[in-house]
Write a protein that binds this ligand. Structure first.
Ligand code: FES
Length: 127
């Protein structure tokens, strides 16, 4: 058994870096992250992106609309992982993409947790 290998608990951690004067975002498996290491971080879960009460995030809607989840256990982690990749991509210093597209490349979308799922690969290349 590989601990922390499924990625179902991925959250987005955001922390202000006063030296760079910017917010750094990174994803982490929450089950492997020590509480003391997230001091000063904002933690965004899948429910923080969207939920049944406040409305679902477009990533949730696409997962649902494209039937991208299988058993659904890992889907929250996939949604946060994709959201984190989009957040990072939008901060890249490159020209703006065409309307309706993001700066996230397929290669970037496939990194980490996203690579584990064939259905997510399909979503990341078609959405
Ligand atoms: S990586 Fe599987 S529950 Fe955290």
């Amino acid at each position: 058994m590989v601990l922390g290998g499924c990625g179902a608990c991925v959250v987005l951690l955001s922390k202000y870096d006063p030296v760079l004067d910017q917010v750094e975002d990174f994803t982490a498996s929450s089950c492997l992250t020590l509480l003391c290491s997230v001091n000063g971080c904002s933690v965004t879960t899948s429910e923080g992106l969207g939920n049944s009460k406040d409305g679902f995030h477009p990533i949730h809607q696409r997962f649902s609309g494209f039937h991208a989840s299988q058993c659904g256990f890992c889907t929250p982690g996939m949604c946060v992982s994709l959201f984190g990749a989009l957040v990072k991509a939008e901060k890249k210093d490159q020209r703006e993409p065409s309307p309706g597209f993001s700066k996230l490349t397929v290669v970037e979308a496939e990194k980490g947790y996203l690579r584990k799922s064939l259905s997510l690969y399909w979503i990341s290349t078609h959405c």
